[in-house]
Design a protein around this ligand. Sequence first.
Ligand code: MG
Length: 250
Amino acid sequence: MTEGLSNEEIACMRAAGRVAALILKKLKKCVRPGVTTKYIEESFDNYLKEYPEMESAFKGFMGYPASLCVSINDEVIHGIPSEERTIKEGDLVSIDLGIKYKGLFVDTAYTYIAGRAQPPAKKLLKASLKALYEGIKKAKPQATTGDVGSAVQSFIEKQGFAVVRKFVGHGIGRALHQHPEVPNFGTPGKGDELSDGMAIAIEPMVTAGNYDVEVAKDGWTAKTRDGSLSAHFEHTVAITKKGPVILTRI
Ligand code: MG
C-alpha cells in the first residue's frame, strides 16, 4: 500500500489547488459565444505563466495533446481545444484542468453556460454541482468509494438524470491518476476504503439522457451516445481525520 500524503505534500497540493481554482474562475469570463475552445486553452496557458513553478498536468498525459479539456454540450469530458470549435449562445462548456507542482497533482472541473441557457440545462448544472458536494461529504477515513459514489448517484437519479459509468474519479497526489478508482455510482460500504492522508478527485459526470458514452474519432472526446447534454464538476479532496478538505478552492 502506498504511504499517505504528508502534511507538507497536502500543503503543496492546497497551493496548487488554490491556483487551479483561481484560474478556473477567471476562465468563466472567457466562456462566451463567439470564442473558440483554443482561446480558452491559450487563456489558461497565459494565466498559468504567472506561476512559473506550476505546469499543466494534462499536457502529454497518456499522449493528451492540449493543456486542458474543453467539452461542449453532449461532450462529457476530454474535449480537445481547437481553433475550429466556436462556442455558441447557450452552450454548456465543461472545463477540466490539472496542475502539477513540486511533483504533486490537483485536478478540478466546472461547467459554465455561454450566455443564456435553457431552464433544463440550468437544472442539470445545479444538480451536478450539488451531487459533487454530496459525494465530498462522504469522503472521510473508514468510508468507502462506494459511499461516495452512492451519494452522487442517488442524488442525481432522484433529479431524473444519469451518471456516466465508463469514466470515474480517481486517487490523486503523487500521480494525476492513482489508486483507488472513485466511481460516481456504487453501493454504500463497498469499494475501496478511504484513509487519512489520501486524496481523491471526485468528479460527477452527469447526463440529461442515457449514461452511455462513446469516444469520438479523435480518440479522446467522450460524448453521450444519445446526444443528450452533460455536465462535469470536480474537486480534489484530501481525506483527513477532521473530515474532507477541498484542495481545489480559492
Ligand atoms: Mg479527474
